[in-house]
Design a protein around this ligand. Structure first.
Ligand SMILES: [Zn+2]
Length: 323
């Protein structure tokens, strides 16, 4: 009995200590879901007078969100050029130099950046690597050739990008506390814009009859979008969550059958993907090919030069094709 009481007391003590630690940490960190794993090991670098925090982001989409939070206070390098497919990207020597010099590297994570491990190993340096998607509930492939494969296309739901914002804000505040107020203010403002985007998308989608909310795409990039806005992903030309694998003749035939049986009016193809197969399927089934931005923004002056324009472009094109 005495022993049990003692253990219970000890458990309470540990619980109390843990709570104090959590509260102490929580007090200096912004609220929000998703704590980046790397945060616990983040060390605040000593920046010289006038020296900015050197930040690397992998994709143009991650880069745009980091820019929205970091603004002028950070020195940002985005690795992937506009139009590069993140699934198949091969780093160039400049990427190694940027990574070697960086204080922190923001990645999409969830397995999107297949090139990353080798790049980090070759570049050396001691930058912290932070997955902006930490804390998001990832979708997983069910069945198929690669069951359990994680869907990395989290950015097609703006609410997931709000998780990015919190992770980026938290990380920048730790690494560069002198500019914490700037990061917090930018994050609040950008989060507001993302909530407005989410409402706008739902309003646009409402003009598509529910029976026509069916997506056939080049690869299964729209799972998070479909889940949020009530679409069904009927199929994709490339199997799995990447553009790196080729479909078999049988898989293509099955996809054409689905398109015809379900009366799907369009195939959506990413601008960074070779559209030859999409054109062939469109010819066979008599549907139209519609281009979307999927893994990359457009040039800054183009129609999808930042994340919010990117989403607006895609949603408008989807609504136009399906309504
Ligand atoms: Zn993709």
């Amino acid at each position: 009995m005495g022993r049990a009481r003692f253990n219970l007391g000890k458990a309470h003590l540990w619980l109390a200590i843990t709570l104090v630690v959590i509260l102490a940490l929580g007090a200096c960190l912004p609220k929000g879901p998703g704590t980046p794993q790397a945060t616990s090991t983040l060390e605040t670098p000593r920046l010289k007078q006038g020296e900015k925090l050197r930040v690397v982001a992998t994709t143009t989409i991650v880069g745009d969100v980091v820019r929205a939070i970091g603004g002028e206070a950070i020195d940002l390098t985005v690795l992937l050029p506009v139009g590069a497919d993140p699934h198949t990207y091969e780093p160039i020597p400049q990427d190694m130099a940027a990574v070697a010099e960086a204080h922190v590297i923001f990645i999409n994570g969830a397995g999107l950046e297949g090139f990353l491990e080798r790049l980090l190993r070759n570049a050396g340096g001691k930058a912290a690597v932070v997955s902006v998607s930490e804390g998001i509930q990832f979708r997983k492939l069910e069945g198929g050739a690669r069951p359990g494969e994680i869907d990395p296309h989290v950015w097609f739901n703006p609410l997931n990008v709000i998780v990015w914002v919190h992770n980026i804000e938290r990380t920048l505040c730790i690494l560069d506390p002198a500019n914490a107020e700037v990061y917090k203010a930018n994050a609040r403002q950008y989060e507001e814009a993302l909530r407005e985007l989410d409402v706008w998308i739902a309003e646009q989608v409402a003009s598509i009859p529910p029976s026509r909310r069916k997506l056939v795409t080049d690869h299964a990039a729209f799972g998070y979008f479909a889940e949020r806005y009530g679409f069904e992903q009927i199929g994709a030309i490339f199997p799995g969550f990447s553009t790196a694998s080729e479909p078999s003749a049988q898989e293509l035939a099955e996809l054409e059958d689905s398109i015809q049986n379900l009366g799907v009016p369009a195939i959506f193809v990413g601008k960074t993907v070779n559209p030859d197969l999409a054109y062939r399927i469109a010819r066979d089934t008599g549907v139209q090919v519609v281009f979307l931005y999927t893994g990359s923004l457009s040039e800054p002056e183009g129609p999808a030069g930042d994340y919010i324009s990117f989403m607006r472009y895609d949603v408008s094109a989807i609504v136009e094709a399906l309504k």
